[in-house]
Design a protein. Structure first.
Length: 308
C-alpha cells in the first residue's frame, strides 16, 4: 500500500472522540502578537546602507529584504510555539545536522520512495553531506517524528529545486531514526518529511507539501492551521503600517541612510541544543525496532494507544 493510500485509510478510521486535549485551542492572540512584536523588533534593529540605484529609497529596499528574511523565521517560530502547547508534541533540538550517507542517496537513486518505507540506515558512517531541518517534531502519541522545512513561498521554487530539497530530506530521514535512537528516543515507528508553503498556495500531501492552512492536520492540532494564517495576517498588517510610515518619512524628509551593512537585518537564531541528559542516558539500552519513513500526511486524531 502506498503512503497516500495508507494515509487515506488511516484518516478514514479516525474517531473525532480521540482528539482529546489537542482539540482545545488555548488563548492564542497574546502568543501570536508577541511573536509579531519580536519579528518587527528584529527588523527595526538593522540599519540600511546607501545604494546608488535606490538612492533615498535604499532604506525601504533594506526594510523589504529584512521582512522577507524574518517572515520565514516567524513562521518557524509560530509552528514551534504551537507545537509546544500540545502535551503530545515535542520539538527536538539537534546538536548537529542530520547526516546524509552515501547509501541513502544510492537507495533513492534506484528505488521509489514507497519502496523504502521500512528501511533505516546507520548514521555513524562517513558522510560529507548533511541536512538541518527547520523543525524536527516528535509526536509521542502517533509515535512519529516529522522533519519539517518551512518556506516563505514555494511559488518562486522551480520544480527541480523542490525535487532536490525533497531528495535531501528523504535521505536525512533514512538516518534520522538512528540519530534519535542514539539520543535515547526509543519507540518511534515512523519518520516523515513535510515541506510547508508559508504562502498557503501550494498543497500536495502525496509529495510531502503542506499549505500553511494544513499544518493542523500535520501536527494533529485542529486550531494550528488557522492560527498560522492569523499569524501571517497580523505580520502583514504590521509590516504594511511600517512601510507606509517609512514612505511618508522618505517623501517628507529624504535623508542619506546610514552606511552600514544591510546584513545587520539578518539576525542569527539561537540554535543551542537543549539538555538531553535524562533521555540520552538510555542510549543504546535496547535494539532499535523497524521505523517507517515517508511523506508526512494529515493523521487527524490518534487515540492514547497510538492507533488510528
Amino acid at each position: 500500500m502506498s503512503h497516500a493510500h495508507r494515509a487515506a485509510a488511516r484518516s478514514a478510521s479516525v474517531s473525532h472522540a480521540a482528539l482529546g486535549s489537542s482539540s482545545n485551542a488555548p488563548e492564542l492572540e497574546p502568543i501570536l502578537s508577541g511573536l509579531v512584536d519580536q519579528a518587527l523588533e528584529a527588523i527595526r534593529a538593522g540599519n540600511s546602507r546607501s545604494d546608488e540605484v535606490f538612492g533615498n529609497y535604499a532604506e525601504l529596499n533594506s526594510f523589504v529584504r529584512a521582512v522577507t528574511f524574518h517572515e520565514g523565521i516567524l513562521l518557524e517560530q509560530g509552528l514551534e510555539r504551537l507545537a509546544s502547547l500540545s502535551p503530545d508534541l515535542r520539538v527536538i533540538k539537534l546538536s548537529e545536522p542530520l547526516p546524509i550517507v552515501p547509501a541513502a542517496l544510492e537507495l533513492l537513486e534506484r528505488n521509489d520512495w514507497d519502496a523504502l518505507e521500512a528501511i533505516h540506515l546507520r548514521s555513524d558512517v562517513h558522510y560529507r553531506m548533511s541536512y538541518s531541518p527547520d523543525l524536527l517534531i516528535l509526536d509521542r502519541v502517533a509515535r512519529r517524528a516529522i522533519i519539517i522545512d518551512v518556506k516563505r513561498s514555494l511559488s518562486s521554487y522551480q520544480e527541480s529545486k523542490l525535487k532536490a530539497l525533497r531528495r535531501k530530506m528523504m535521505a536525512a530521514a533514512l538516518t534520522a531514526g538512528d540519530v534519535l535512537h542514539q539520543q535515547g528516543r526509543q519507540g518511534i515507528a515512523e519518520i516523515d518529511i513535510a515541506i510547508i508553503d508559508g504562502s498557503d498556495e501550494q498543497s500536495a500531501q502525496e509529495r510531502g507539501v503542506f499549505a500553511l492552512r494544513e499544518v493542523g492536520e500535520l501536527l494533529r492540532l485542529p486550531y494550528a492551521g488557522e492560527a498560522m494564517l492569523r499569524l501571517r495576517r497580523m505580520f502583514a498588517e504590521r509590516v504594511q503600517d511600517e512601510m507606509q510610515q517609512l514612505c511618508q518619512r522618505i517623501v517628507v524628509n529624504p535623508s542619506e541612510p546610514d552606511r552600514t551593512s544591510s546584513d545587520d537585518f539578518l539576525v542569527s537564531i539561537d540554535e543551542d541544543a537543549e539538555d538531553e541528559g535524562e533521555e540520552a542516558a538510555a542510549m543504546g539500552a535496547e535494539p532499535m525496532p523497524p521505523i517507517r519513513v515517508g511523506y508526512a500526511r494529515g493523521l487527524g486524531a490518534i487515540d492514547p494507544a497510538g492507533r488510528a
